[in-house]
Design a protein around this ligand. Structure first.
Ligand code: PMP
Length: 411
């Protein structure tokens, strides 16, 4: 197809020029073509599944029903009636596009209302909303530290944290995963005047939980900013789903409490909550906030509705936490020992091809569970990332554990 198209395009060009330009065109794409071939050969090429229904515990793909156990919509709020009506009502009121960045024409009462809401939910003075969680991390870290400063980062932090560290041009010091002794050691070895320590609250591919109290002790002792990413902890851990501080019953605040509306809240967009001076600084310095059109007021209204559901319907959090325990027990029956307290249940397989085979087997049996491979996790650490929802039934979880058990025996 490619060659035929080229032929059609250059048909009337003199022969000599035609050959040269053809060669150049082909060379230009060489690296890309080779990279694609290599991804396929190493079972690292990612194809997208297309969902034809609403996001919930069941989805339709190619006209067939699947139990969805791969979504970050942990509390099944994305299709909640309150979100749907918030979208309809706010569209009627505001239309859709926001028309500019927050600092120009893209700020509405509903943007302000969402920031106030998330600040009160997280018990901070103020908050700032970014267009995605990814941007929140990149823009915040690159605003907080620069060349000459230091950022201490857990080795398993999310890609958006890593990218923020790189963009900042600060010295990046990684410490062993959730290892507070190693963090202390790395801080001693790398003294700095201005620095930040950053960690996921719940690690996105392993589902384990940051040791927050010790993490805060270390930041305080060393006069370093603390930054915690609550993407997978809000709505999931703590008795009422308030996240990492509630889980540890920690009274102290994190300096920079980052999170996203895109997981348990069922919406879109990221945020940072903290002191007013931090939020004012970010509004004026964070480039990802300043130079991008703000999210639609409709998205803000949906996010607001999502938080309200989370606050009112605590039974969703309780049920999710029950499902986690139940599912881990079921897996245990097949010799798969995963001790997770979060919605993320990693079933480590190792080999990339095997992980794909298991995921395909589950798909054939009506379960949608993603195989996570390099570069999301280290090479040879491929896994099923089972993501539980409050609306999964015991029967669905039991069957899923049985299928995983069978698949692992077969491979
Ligand atoms: N932080 C973590 C820990 C995440 O897992 C993710 C998304 N997977 C993000 C940040 C980015 O959030 P968003 O998807 O809202 O951009």
């Amino acid at each position: 197809d490619f060659l035929q198209n080229q032929h059609v395009i250059v048909r009337n060009v003199p022969k000599k020029i035609c050959k040269k330009s053809d060669m150049k065109r082909a060379q230009k794409w060489d690296k890309i073509d080779k990279a694609l071939v290599s991804l396929k050969e190493n079972h690292l090429f990612r194809a997208m599944k297309t969902i034809e229904s609403a996001q919930s515990s069941h989805v339709t793909i190619d006209g067939k029903d699947y139990v969805l156990m791969a979504s970050n919509n942990y509390l099944d709020i994305a299709s909640h009636p309150s979100i749907k009506s918030a979208v309809v009502e706010s569209t009627a009121m505001y239309g859709f596009g926001s028309g500019g960045s927050r600092l120009t024409t893209g700020n509405t009462v509903i943007h302000n209302a969402l920031e106030n809401k998330i600040a009160s939910y997280k018990e901070t003075e103020a908050a700032i909303v970014f267009n995605t969680g990814y941007v929140a991390n990149v823009a915040t870290i690159s605003a907080m530290v620069k060349k000459g400063d230091t950022v201490f980062s857990d080795e398993l932090n999310h890609a958006s944290i890593i990218d923020g560290c790189r963009l900042s041009k600060a010295k990046i010091v990684t410490y062993a995963h959730n290892d507070m002794d190693d963090l202390r050691k790395k801080i001693q070895e790398n003294p700095c005047e201005t620095g930040i320590v950053v960690s996921d609250a719940v690690f996105s591919m392993d589902g384990d939980i940051l040791k927050l109290p010790e993490f805060l002790d270390i930041c305080e002792e060393n006069q370093l900013f603390s930054m915690v990413d609550e993407a997978h902890s809000t709505g999931v851990i703590g008795k009422t789903g308030h996240g990492i501080r509630e889980y540890w019953q920690e009274k102290r605040q994190v300096d920079i409490l980052m999170g996203t509306f895109s997981k348990s809240i069922g919406g879109e967009g990221g945020y940072v909550a903290g002191e007013t001076r931090l939020i004012n600084y970010l509004r004026n310095v964070a480039r990802g906030f300043i130079f991008s059109t703000s999210l639609s007021p409709v998205t803000m209204a949906a996010n607001l509705a999502g938080i309200e559901v989370l606050e009112k319907e605590i039974s969703r959090v309780t049920k999710l936490q029950y499902n986690v325990k139940y599912f881990c027990t079921q897996l245990g029956k097949y010799g798969i020992n995963v001790k997770s307290e979060t919605a993320i249940i990693p079933v480590i397989i190792g080999d990339e091809e095997n992980a794909l085979t298991v995921s395909n087997y589950l798909h054939e049996n009506g379960y949608f569970i993603s195989a996570i491979r390099y570069p999301t996790v280290a090479k040879g650490a491929a896994r099923l990332r089972v993501a539980l929802m409050s609306s999964h039934t015991e029967a669905e979880l039991k069957k899923c554990a049985e299928l995983i058990g069978k698949a692992l025996l077969m491979k």
